[in-house]
Design a protein around this ligand. Sequence first.
Ligand SMILES: *Cc1c(COP(=O)(O)O)cnc(C)c1O
Length: 226
Amino acid sequence: MSIQANYEQIKKRISHACERSGRSQSDINVIAVTKYVSIETAQEAVDAGVKHLGENRLEGFHEKHQAIGETVNWHFIGTLQSRKVKNIINDVDYIHSLDRLSLAKEINKRSDRVVPCFVQVNTSGEESKHGLEPDELDSFIEQVKQYENIKVVGLMTMAPLTDNEDFIRSCFKQLRVLRDQISDLKFDHAPCTYLSMGMSNDFEIAIEEGATHIRVGSSLVGNERK
Ligand SMILES: *Cc1c(COP(=O)(O)O)cnc(C)c1O
């Protein structure tokens, strides 16, 4: 199937998930995750109408950003080493993987503008997953306030690798509860209105649980470099 056709399918599924949960489709941002595919394929997604691209590695981020440019929003969704921050900071619109103060400090130092960030939370308890533990979040948000170039626009999580839909859903629910707790505090530096959650296999559940940004790779652009 063409990427255009994939995108139409995904939009249809989003629309149904929105109907089921009484949400508006315009509140859902689709980030096409292009980490496995070529520049040409990423461009096809843009031509099909995708407004957000996401990459989890610096090399992929750079090659695509350079080729495609500022016509879309650029999301960095992968683990970010502090010493690499300077290489992407001017090109990135959103960072989804803020998970430690040392990284916040480096972003703050290297940027000359406010950078919208999602704080990554480990909701599944899996050792292999990055992100803050839920009970570390409050104090993290308080401490990040000292870094004036960081704005916490939302929270991000990765669902566990499992077929257990109830467990996946409970992780997304937990992220929403945490998001609500923080946004209720009305911090200027942490409006925390967004939820970045849901990938190819679970984005409908994520939308039902409140996702505003879904990160869709394989089911939208495929997972083979052609
Ligand atoms: C690869 C990746 C995705 C997309 O995964 P798919 O299952 O291919 O949709 C989403 N988020 C992150 C952080 C990723 O690394």
